[in-house]
Design a protein around this ligand. Structure first.
Ligand code: NAI
Length: 462
C-alpha cells in the first residue's frame, strides 16, 4: 500500500492535467487508469482520432473539389480506408504516449487498473489499496443511447465504433444532429457515404446561435448531408447486415423507416461512474447521474472531489482541463477560478464553428440591449484565395458599453479564431478594443476585426 497526497481516478484531459498540476505544486500524486493507454476518451476514442479522420477526409474533399481550380490537375486520390485508420491510430499512439511521458516527467505514478473508493482516503486498484489525502474523480462520460436501440459497435455504433468501421458504409444514418453526429457524419459524407441525419428538434446543434445553426445546416446540405429534423427515433432493427431506423415525425405523428448499412447513435453522453463505489460512500449524485460538487469541486464527502464530464456543465475536454487545474490549485492552497462564461465550443467540420459567450437568443431572453457586428468571409482576401469564403463572424456587444458578450464564427479556422475573442472577453474588452488592434493582412483573423468594426462605425471591406 502506497500513500499519496492526491490520487486522480481517470486519465482523460481532466484527470491527467489535474495530476500534472498537482505534481507541479509539490503534491505526491498518482493517476489510476484501466485502459491500456492514458488519455481517456478524448485521446483514445474521441477528440483526437476523430480529428485525424476529419483532416484526412477534408484533404480528399479539397483534392476532389478545389485542386483543379488551383491548377493542380490529375486524378483525385483514392481512399485506402485501412491505411487511413492506421494513420489515425498512429496519431492516437503519439498523443497517448505523450501523456505517458508527461506522467513520468512529473513523477506521477500510473496505478494500472480500474479504481474504486472503498472509503474516504482510500483507492483500490486491483488487489491493492492505496491511501490518499485527496481523491479526485475524473472518470468522464460514456455514450448515452436510446431505449429500443441495441448498439453492437459494428452496424449500430456509437462514436467509438464509428472510428473503427470495417469499411466505409454506402449509407449511414446518424441519430442526433449534435457535435458528434455532425463531425463524424461529415467524415463519412466526404468519404462517399450517403449520410442522413435524423434529429428530434427542429434545428441542428441545439443551443447554438440560431443564425449560425441555420447557415451551418445549409453548408452541410451543400456537402451532400441530408437532414430529417423534428423526428423522434423509436427503434433500430438489424436484419441481413442492414439497420432500419424507425422514427416518428413530431408534426403529424407519421411513422417512417430508413434503412442503412450503418447507424451512428449520437444522442448525447452521460457521466461514467460505474464501479467507483460512490453510492456506498454516500456521494450525492444528481438525477442525471452527475456527481454534485461545490465551487471547489468538493463532493459532500470530505477529501473526495470530482471534475469534468462526471459533474455538471458542458462535456468538453478543455472545460475538464480547467477544472483539473483549478481543483489541484485549490488543494495546494491557491485561489483558482474557472470562468464558465468564457468557455469556447468548437465543431471541427469544414467550415468549422467556434462559439463563446451568449447567443443572440439568450440576450433577447435576458432582455438585454445589444448590438451585432457581422462580417462575411466572402469579404476576406485570404479566405477567397483558399476557397474558404463560406461563413461569417458574428460579434455581440452591449449596446451601451460596447463590452463583448459573445461571438459566433462559422468559417475557416473558426476554432482557432474564437480564442482572440475569448482573451478579449477575459479582459472585459469592448468590441472597439478588437477593432483598434492591428491585425496582420492577409489573415482570417481580419474577419474578426471587421466584425468588431461593424459593431462601431462599420466594417471596411463590406
Ligand atoms: P449532443 O447532446 O451534442 O447532441 C445530441 C442530439 O441528439 C441532440 O440534438 C438531440 O436533440 C438529439 N436526439 C436525442 N434523442 C433523439 C431521438 N430520439 N431522435 C432523434 N434525435 C435525438 O450529443 P453528442 O453529439 O452525442 O455529443 C455528446 C457530448 O460530447 C456533447 O456534450 C458534446 O459537446 C461532446 N463532444 C464535443 C466535441 C467537440 O467539442 N468538438 C466533439 C464530440 C463530442
Amino acid at each position: 500500500m502506497s500513500s499519496y497526497d492526491v490520487i486522480v481516478i481517470g486519465s482523460g484531459p481532466g484527470g491527467y492535467v489535474c495530476a500534472i498540476r498537482c505534481a507541479q505544486l509539490g503534491l505526491k500524486t498518482a493517476i489510476v487508469e484501466g485502459r491500456e493507454t492514458l488519455g481517456g476518451t478524448c485521446l483514445n476514442v474521441g477528440c483526437i482520432p476523430s480529428k485525424a479522420l476529419l483532416h484526412a477526409s477534408h484533404m480528399l474533399h479539397e483534392a476532389e473539389h478545389n485542386f483543379a481550380a488551383m491548377g493542380l490537375k490529375g486524378k483525385a486520390p483514392s481512399v485506402d480506408w485501412d491505411a487511413m485508420k492506421a494513420y489515425k491510430d498512429t496519431v492516437i499512439g503519439q498523443n497517448t504516449g505523450g501523456v505517458e511521458f508527461l506522467m513520468k516527467k512529473n513523477k506521477i505514478d500510473w496505478l494500472k487498473g480500474w479504481g474504486s473508493i472503498p472509503a474516504a482516503g482510500q483507492v483500490k486498484v486491483g488487489d491493492e489499496t492505496h491511501s490518499a489525502k485527496h481523491i479526485i474523480v475524473a472518470s468522464g462520460s460514456e455514450p448515452s443511447t436510446l431505449p429500443g436501440i441495441e448498439v453492437d459497435e459494428k452496424i449500430v455504433v456509437t462514436s467509438t465504433g464509428a472510428l473503427e468501421l470495417g469499411k466505409i458504409p454506402k449509407s449511414l444514418v446518424v441519430i442526433g444532429a449534435g457535435v458528434i453526429g455532425l463531425e463524424l457524419g461529415s467524415v463519412y459524407a466526404r468519404l462517399g457515404s450517403d449520410v442522413t441525419v435524423i434529429e428530434y428538434l427542429d434545428a441542428i446543434t441545439p443551443g447554438m446561435d440560431t443564425e449560425v445553426a441555420r447557415s451551418f445546416q445549409k453548408l452541410l446540405t451543400k456537402q451532400g448531408i441530408k437532414f430529417q429534423l423534428g423526428a423522434a427515433v423509436q427503434s433500430v432493427t438489424v436484419k441481413n447486415k442492414k439497420a432500419t431506423v424507425s422514427y416518428q415525425l413530431r408534426k403529424d405523428d407519421s411513422a417512417h423507416d430508413l434503412t442503412a448499412d450503418t447507424v451512428l447513435v449520437a444522442t448525447g453522453r452521460k457521466p461514467y461512474t460505474d464501479g467507483l463505489g460512490l453510492e456506498a460512500l454516500g456521494v450525492t449524485l444528481s438525477d442525471r447521474g452527475q456527481i454534485i460538487t461545490d465551487a471547489n469541486y468538493a463532493t459532500n464527502i470530505a477529501g473526495i472531489y470530482a471534475i469534468g464530464d462526471a459533474i455538471a456543465g458542458p462535456m468538453l475536454a478543455h472545460k475538464a482541463e480547467d477544472e483539473g487545474m483549478a481543483v489541484a490549485e485549490g488543494i495546494a492552497g491557491q485561489h483558482p477560478h474557472v470562468n464558465y462564461d468564457v468557455i469556447p465550443g468548437v465543431i471541427y467540420t469544414h467550415p468549422e464553428v467556434g462559439t463563446v459567450g451568449k447567443t443572440e437568443e439568450q440576450l433577447k431572453e435576458e432582455g438585454r440591449a445589444y448590438k451585432v457586428g457581422k462580417f462575411s468571409f466572402m469579404g476576406n482576401g485570404r479566405a477567397k484565395a483558399n476557397f474558404a469564403g463560406d461563413g461569417f463572424v458574428k460579434l455581440l456587444a452591449d449596446a451601451q458599453t460596447d463590452r463583448i458578450l459573445g461571438a459566433h464564427i462559422i468559417g475557416p479556422m473558426a476554432g482557432d479564431l474564437i480564442h482572440e475573442v475569448c482573451v478579449a472577453m477575459e479582459f472585459g474588452a469592448a468590441a472597439e478594443d478588437i477593432a483598434r488592434t492591428c491585425h496582420a493582412h492577409p489573415t482570417y483573423s481580419e474577419a474578426v476585426r471587421e466584425a468588431a468594426l461593424a459593431c462601431g462605425d462599420g466594417a471596411i471591406h463590406m
